[in-house]
Design a protein around this ligand. Structure first.
Ligand SMILES: Cc1ncc(COP(=O)(O)O)c(C=O)c1O
Length: 406
């Protein structure tokens, strides 16, 4: 039984007030709040168990290493990866996708080789490929979303041509909430010998993920959206792709031996984790993922589906509000603007006075904004601890915005 009030009690920040009003936190798409057990784990790691990992023979280093390495298994379990060796730990999706660009794509791309991506990608899943275009002559092929923000998987599959080497696609749009049928895309791409990178930054937060069932080659997650610490994350790499990757950053931990004229590398995944990692951040992420798995991702998804359906009805019922992305197959993420000249920043500022946190801006999705013909939107993104009453408060806040600005 999913008891949202009980879950809210696990998140201390949710009981604070903002501008004299109870906090209504609807900026989960940008970053989610942290449960007390994650905060406690971070405290404990620093107060009682801290040392560097993989390097020492003393007790604290062994404890730190054990805790840190256990997170690799937790992430593998969370994503249903083949095993923990297919998990490279990192600071989040941005690092994960850049690693794929530098480690896997750069050594194998020839001028004219293509990357297929959708117009609703986050900049983290665009700019690394633009680097490849600038530096190696890669060609980016864009697939548009439909009028309701849906992405037809067949349109992505049809865009795969003889020169396509990679499809780089989000599982869930951070702006529209659109859920992409990545499984069908992966199946078709695999038949054509094309790799698929799935940006799971948003998808992994809102639904159970099984990377083997999806059939992807790369799947990136970012810890701070998964109710874990900022600076934590991971990328799943299919074992076949892992063998094709060359190290991206050089330094400690990723080597086996270094002499003046010789260097040999550690085994994967360590080969791709140079330097002292975010030890405590990863430990916090491990605790966050255990917390999510204890609650059950399918239960979280069911709760959020209720929020989505209710918020969709309420927001789309406001005929003075322009909601972007009305497709039914979406996460509880809503982008909107007020008819007339009201700037999304003004809406966000007024809502903030009511204690409601939403995001306003381009949401790091420039090509989607171009496609929509907008400079910015306001975005309310719901998480596991949000309630139907908070949807009502959002609607009341928007009515106030309309009265003041409309
Ligand atoms: C879909 C998507 N991809 C990538 C990212 C980048 O994540 P991070 O900044 O944690 O690396 C985000 C963050 O907003 C996102 O929503």
């Amino acid at each position: 039984m999913y008891d949202v009030q009980k879950i809210r009690e696990d998140f201390p920040i949710l009981s604070r007030e903002i501008n004299g009003k109870p906090l209504v936190y609807l900026d989960n798409g940008a970053s989610a709040q942290k449960p007390q057990i994650v905060i406690d784990a971070i405290n404990r790691a620093y107060a009682e168990e801290y040392s560097n990992v993989h390097r020492g023979l003393h007790t604290l280093s062994n404890i730190s290493t054990e805790r840190y390495e256990a997170v690799r298994s937790t992430i593998a379990h969370f994503l249903n990866a083949q095993d923990e060796n297919s998990i490279i730990m990192n600071s989040g999706t941005t690092e994960g996708i850049n690693m794929v660009a530098y480690s896997w794509a750069m050594p194998r791309f020839e001028p004219g080789d293509e990357i297929v991506l959708s117009v609703m990608e986050h900049h983290a899943n665009i700019v690394p490929w633009q680097f490849l275009r600038e530096r190696q002559g890669a060609v980016l092929k864009w697939v548009d979303v439909d009028g309701d923000g849906a992405l037809d998987p067949q349109a992505v599959i049809d865009a795969i041509g003889p020169k396509t080497r990679l499809v780089a696609i989000t599982q869930t749009s951070n702006v529209l909430g659109t859920v992409v049928d990545v499984k069908s895309i992966c199946a078709a791409a695999r038949e054509k010998g094309v790799a698929v990178l799935v940006d799971g930054s948003q998808g992994s937060v809102h639904m159970p993920v099984d990377v083997q069932d999806i059939g992807c080659d790369f799947y990136a997650i970012t810890g701070h959206k998964l109710y874990g610490p900022s600076g934590s994350g991971a990328i799943y790499v299919h074992p076949d792709r892992m063998r094709e990757m060359r190290p991206f950053m050089g330094g400690g931990d990723m080597i086996r031996e270094v002499h003046k004229d010789i260097v040999t590398y550690n085994d994967a995944p360590m080969k791709f984790e140079a330097g002292t990692p975010g030890i405590v951040q990863q430990i916090g992420l491990g605790v966050a993922l255990e917390y999510l798995m204890d609650l059950g991702m399918e239960n979280i998804a069911a709760h959020e589906a209720g929020l989505r359906d209710y918020a969709k009805r309420q927001l789309e019922g406001l005929n003075w509000l322009q909601v972007q992305g009305t497709t039914a197959d979406k996460a509880a993420i809503f982008s909107f603007s007020l008819e007339g000249a009201a700037h999304p920043h003004d809406i966000s500022t007024i809502l903030d006075k009511k204690g409601i946190a939403v995001r306003a801006g381009h949401h790091c999705a420039g090509p989607l904004m171009d496609h929509l013909g907008l400079n910015a939107t306001c975005r309310a993104s719901f998480g596991m601890y949000n309630t139907l009453e908070e949807v009502d408060k959002l609607v009341e806040g928007l009515e106030l915005c309309r009265d003041l600005l409309g």
